[in-house]
Each structure stands twice: as structure tokens, then as C-alpha cells.
Write a protein that binds this ligand. Structure first.
Ligand SMILES: [Cu+2]
Length: 617
């Protein structure tokens, strides 16, 4: 993972930061090294130490330069790195940028506008049928059964009458444009959806409006349960789970005519007890959101408060819903540097004590061009919510501007950004894609150099309404985009497809194997993970993805404190197994209750196939 250490003149911005862990900035070198050895493993920590030495040297050089020399150096470096990225992307080894290793294969029935990885290892996706009446659908893909029709199961949500007395007939619940996340018991919660198709079923609604329904899906019985109705509709809401297992649903358009009317209320879902049970919603009238929100980026922080971070600069707040007996409160955060319609955001992988850093990427902002079109941005920005007053800081840009892209956290603490559209124009709206397929190229983020590197291109565009999720075997599913490619007759797509991306770590030799790990664990517990194969030195927990419109409402990476153990048998005889002693996350603020993929990794950052662990179960 550290293989290519990039030393560049842009270093001064990053030098004060410890790399890839949550170690305090001012830790003396020796302590930092010891800390990192524990968190990242000794080999990786040594690489970091070497990198810090290089950085200090670069900083001295930088300080000796005049302002003019610095500016020239920066400009030259930016140009060089972009050229280099484009040129090397096509022929760089798979061990550096990964490969697309399967697809495109057909996704039956629907467009994967929403995709959720289930604790059974299957992917649940839903959208709308190609020729929509306003109905939804749901399909399971079982990666263990390959890519043909036998790998897919039809699991439509219940039939409802979405608009009651309105003109729509009952139909499969139109849950597309909803929010989605997982509950502590591994079931999927879906809130909201699409109430009407503007101008079609009901001329009273010329604009989009939200469905007020909610459902849960049990991954083991593969059945849906209808939940109580919400107080208002939600079209493009976001869900975020709290430390105690309740889930906030927030934002989106409500259900009133003529549509496009924001729902300013916050509702909290309390799951019932046991599987397939019915929970309850509570409306919190003490919080009236200061601003309308469509798919806001929301993340729970280690102190159990919830950050709202974009996509627009005014979407910036900390929500305190920690005590169910107290009113929910809301404080403002600094506004982001850029407007990022359709940009996405991640809670960056931190250390074992959790992450406070939110990074936003891409999105559409700025002024329209003379022809009315708007272009996406390639910039990124980060806020460290331990010090929110310091505000947003520009980070390493993507190589290619994107919107509605998906950014997937990977077990080696890297990330991959997949797909994305090309802004909007009059003809295609937000479905606009580029003409040269540049956005089919992934970008891989190296957490050590903090740089995005261009990688291989997939076969099809994945713009608006595309999804990407990490699979338990370490590969990435990329599906969706309900408009492209065109059918042979020139019409929009009738069949959705997916492709599979294999990250660089799958081309770095043999993988460690988890032989045995507990199926359940509490917080701050010592657990034993037996491994075989190449020596595993680190371990992470990863919450499964639940994503739509580039907004993953569930993914999270939590590194674990580990000690490498060689377990010896009786009479000091070496037995044929080794393992890791792992400390589970310290608190539900760092890792909320639910199912996680446990990966162990070797010194080269090569992960095992994951085993599922239920935290707090
Ligand atoms: Cu949409």
C-alpha cells in the first residue's frame, strides 16, 4: 500500500498531519512510531517513518525557495502529475491500479439505482422498471452463483397504494429515490421513495414528491416488512444510524402537491425487537431544519453526534440526538469551500478510536457556461471535526472532474472512485455523460501520499443513478446508470448491467485467510482471530455499503488494535496455526451496532476474504 511513496513539493500542506492514523499531530517521533506500529503493523510504520524523513527534507528545501520559485514548482508539478497519470493509467501494473475483471453482466428487472451489501454476502438492488409506471422493485444478486440469471432472485417490496385517494392504482411500492441503511440486526431499513411521476399519473403534481412509506428487508428470510408510515413523504432523504441503534431519516421532498416541497422535519426510527418486527417513528418537531436537503451527507462521529456535510455549503451542521429523552439540538458548522451538487462524501478511515474527517469530492458547482450547461469539479475538501472551527481545507484533487460518482472505502485504507457524470445540460439534465468515456476510468486513493491516481476504465458509463459497493471478497460491484448505454435502436437503456473491479491488493500475491473468528462481539473486547496463509498483521472492520446517488449511508472502516500471536500447543510445541489478538472498537460511536466485515491484512496490505461479525449482537 505504501509501495509508491510520492514525495512532492505540495508537501507543506500535509506535513503537520500524521498519516493515516488518528495519532495526535504533535506526538514525538518515537511515540508516533510505536503507536503506528501497533495500529498499522511494524513494516507499514517503518515506511511512514521513512516518509516523514523525506517530508522534513522537502520542507527544508521548500522553505529555502522564493515565493516565485514555489509558485513555478507547484504549477509544473500539477501539470506533470496529470500528464503522468493519464499516460500511465493504461499500462500501469494491476498491482498499482487494479483491473476490471468481470462484466458487463445483465442485472435483471431493474436499474441498480440503490445497492446494499447484505450480511449474507448478497447485493440487494432496486430502482424502477425501464418503462415506468410508478412502481418499484427489488432484486438480489448472489455473487457466489456467478453472473447469469440463476444468480438473481426477484424480491419485490410489498404492494401499496402510494397516493391513497389519488389516481394511482396500487402497485409494488415505488421505493426508488428513498434512503437506505442497515439496522443493528442486519435488516435493511428503507424510508421514502417516489410518490408520483410528475405530469403522468397526476397532473396535480408537476414536480417530484416523496412517498411516506418505510420498509425493512430481512437478508436471511429475504422478505420485506412494512413499517409504520412516516409523518410526511421523503424523496431523496438520508439515513444515519445512531450509536444506540436508532436511525435518523432526514431531508428530501415531502408529499404535498405540487411537489418539490422540502420536508424540514427530522424523524427517528426505533427498530422493534427481534427479526421482521415492526418499529416506530418519532417526529422531532423541536428541530426544524434550517435548510432544505436532498441526499445530505451524514456521518456519525466518535462522540456520537452526527455531522451534516454538504453537498451544498449551507448543509453544514452537527446534530446532537444522543439522549433519546432530550430534545435534539443542531449547531452550525463552517460552510464548505464549494457548492457540490451531486458530489459525494466519505468518512475517511481513521484510527482505532474512530474518524473525525469528512472529505467531499467533485460535484457540480459554480456558474453555468454560456450554453446553460454546468460542469463538475475535480476538487476535494476535508474538514476535521475535532477542530470544526478550522473549517474546510482543499485536498488532493481527482484527476478527472465528476459528479454522482461513487467512492468506495477499501480494507487496506485506500479508496476507489468509480464512474460519475459530466455535469448537466439542457438536453440530458444530470444524466449527461462525457463523450470520450474518461469518467469510466477509476481513481485510486493512496492514504499515504494522499493522492488520487487514475486507473483502468470499465466498459460502460456509470453516471447518474449508478452505484458501487465493496464485496466481502474485496472486489467492487459497479452497476446502475439507467440511461446509458443506448440500446441498438438509439433509445435509452432497457437493461442495466454491472461490472466488477478488482483493486490493486488482489494482484499482490497470496491472501491471508481467516480460519476462525467470533460471529458476535461487544465493544472494547479482546477477540481471537485464527488465520492461515501469509502472515496477517492488521485487521479492520468494514460496515457494508448502502448507497444511492453517490451517497453511501452505511459504509465505514474501523481499524482494530492488533497483536500478532503465534499460538503454541502443549509442551511448547508449535501447532500449525497462528492468529491475531484483536481489540474490538472502543465504543458504538466509533462503530455503531450491526454487521461488519472483518478483514485481516498482511504487511503488503493484501486482505483476506471477510468474515461477518455482529457488533453488539
Ligand atoms: Cu434519482
Amino acid at each position: 500500500m505504501c509501495a509508491a511513496i510520492v514525495v512532492s513539493l505540495t508537501i507543506p500542506a500535509g506535513i503537520a498531519q500524521a498519516h493515516g492514523t488518528d495519532a495526535p499531530d504533535d506526538l514525538p517521533e518515537a511515540e508516533l512510531r510505536a503507536y503506528e506500529a501497533e495500529v498499522l503493523g511494524p513494516e507499514h510504520a517503518a515506511e511512514h517513518a521513512e516518509q516523514r524523513r523525506d517530508e522534513r527534507r522537502e520542507l527544508r528545501r521548500w522553505r529555502a525557495m522564493t515565493l516565485r520559485e514555489r509558485r513555478q514548482a507547484l504549477r509544473g508539478e500539477r501539470r506533470r502529475s496529470r500528464l503522468l497519470a493519464r499516460r500511465t493509467a493504461a499500462r500501469a501494473p494491476a498491482s498499482e491500479i487494479g483491473r476490471w475483471t468481470h462484466g458487463p453482466f445483465a442485472l435483471p428487472r431493474s436499474f441498480a439505482i440503490h445497492a446494499v451489501l447484505l450480511p449474507t454476502g448478497k447485493v440487494l438492488y432496486w430502482g424502477f422498471p425501464p418503462e415506468p409506471p410508478n412502481v418499484g422493485n427489488g432484486t438480489l444478486w448472489d455473487p457466489s452463483k456467478g453472473y447469469g440469471p440463476a444468480a438473481f432472485t426477484n424480491v419485490p417490496p410489498p404492494v401499496v397504494d402510494p397516493d391513497g385517494a389519488g389516481p394511482q392504482p396500487p402497485g409494488v411500492a415505488p421505493i426508488y429515490c428513498s434512503g437506505q441503511s442497515l439496522l443493528p440486526n442486519g435488516e435493511v431499513l428503507v424510508t421514502g421513495g417516489n410518490l408520483v411521476l410528475p405530469n403522468r399519473s397526476d397532473p396535480a403534481y408537476p414536480e417530484w414528491a416523496g412517498l411516506n412509506r418505510a420498509f425493512t428487508f430481512n437478508p436471511w428470510t429475504e422478505r420485506w416488512t412494512q413499517q409504520p408510515q412516516m409523518s410526511d413523504g421523503r424523496w431523496y432523504p438520508t439515513q444515519v444510524m445512531l450509536a444506540d441503534g436508532r436511525t435518523i431519516t432526514m431531508g428530501g421532498y415531502g408529499d404535498q402537491a405540487p411537489g418539490k416541497i422540502f420536508n424540514y422535519d427530522l424523524e427517528v426510527f426505533q427498530p422493534g425487537s427481534g427479526s421482521e418486527s415492526v418499529g416506530s417513528f418519532s417526529l422531532h418537531p423541536e428541530v426544524t431544519l434550517p435548510t432544505g436537503l436532498l441526499y445530505p451527507h451524514m456521518f456519525m462521529l466518535p462522540d456520537e453526534r452526527v455531522a451534516v456535510a454538504g453537498p451544498l455549503p449551507k448543509h453544514a451542521a452537527l446534530i446532537d440526538a444522543r439522549d433519546p429523552g432530550k430534545p435534539i439540538t443542531w449547531t452550525e458548522l463552517p460552510r464548505s469551500l464549494e457548492q457540490r451538487n451531486g458530489g459525494n462524501a466519505v468518512l475517511e478511515p481513521g484510527g482505532p478510536r474512530g474518524s473525525w474527517k469528512v472529505t467531499m469530492l467533485g460535484g457540480i458547482g459554480g456558474l453555468p457556461l454560456p450554453d446553460g450547461s454546468r460542469l463538475p469539479s475535480e476538487t476535494t475538501e476535508t474538514i476535521d471535526l475535532r477542530h470544526p472551527e478550522r473549517g474546510w481545507k482543499a485536498g488532493s484533487p481527482l484527476n478527472i472532474s465528476r459528479d454522482y460518482q461513487n467512492t468506495v472505502l477499501l480494507p487496506d485504507r485506500s479508496m476507489v472512485t468509480v464512474g460519475g457524470g459530466y455535469g448537466e445540460n439542457e438536453e440530458d439534465g444530470v444524466y449527461r455523460i462525457d463523450s470520450d468515456g474518461a469518467r469510466r476510468q477509476v481513481e485510486v486513493y493512496d492514504p499515504d501520499s494522499r493522492k488520487w491516481r487514475l486507473g483502468p476504465a470499465q466498459m460502460e458509463d456509470r453516471g447518474y443513478h449508478a452505484t458501487a459497493v465493496l464485496l466481502p471478497d474485496g472486489r467492487v460491484f459497479s452497476g446502475g446508470d439507467n440511461k446509458h448505454p443506448l440500446e441498438p435502436n438509439g433509445e435509452n437503456s432497457l437493461t442495466d448491467t454491472a461490472e466488477i473491479y478488482s483493486p490493486p491488493y488482489l494482484f499482490k500475491g497470496r491472501r491471508p485467510v481467516i480460519k476462525k473468528a467470533p460471529k458476535r462481539a461487544g465493544w472494547n473486547q479482546r477477540i481471537k482471530v485464527r488465520t492461515k496463509g501469509p502472515r496477517a498483521t492488521t485487521a479492520v472492520l468494514m460496515a457494508p455499503a448502502a448507497t444511492t446517488h453517490g451517497n453511501d449511508m452505511n459504509q465505514r472502516l474501523v481499524p482494530l488494535r492488533t497483536k500478532v500471536k503465534k499460538v503454541t500447543g502443549r509442551k511448547g510445541k508449535k501447532r500449525g496455526y497462528k492468529g491475531l489478538e484483536v481489540r474490538t472498537p472502543p465504543s458504538p460511536g466509533v462503530a455503531p451496532p450491526g454487521y461488519y466485515m472483518l478483514f485481516v491484512l498482511n504487511g503488503k496490505g493484501v486482505p483476506s476474504v471477510a468474515k461477518w461479525v455482529q457488533l453488539g449482537g
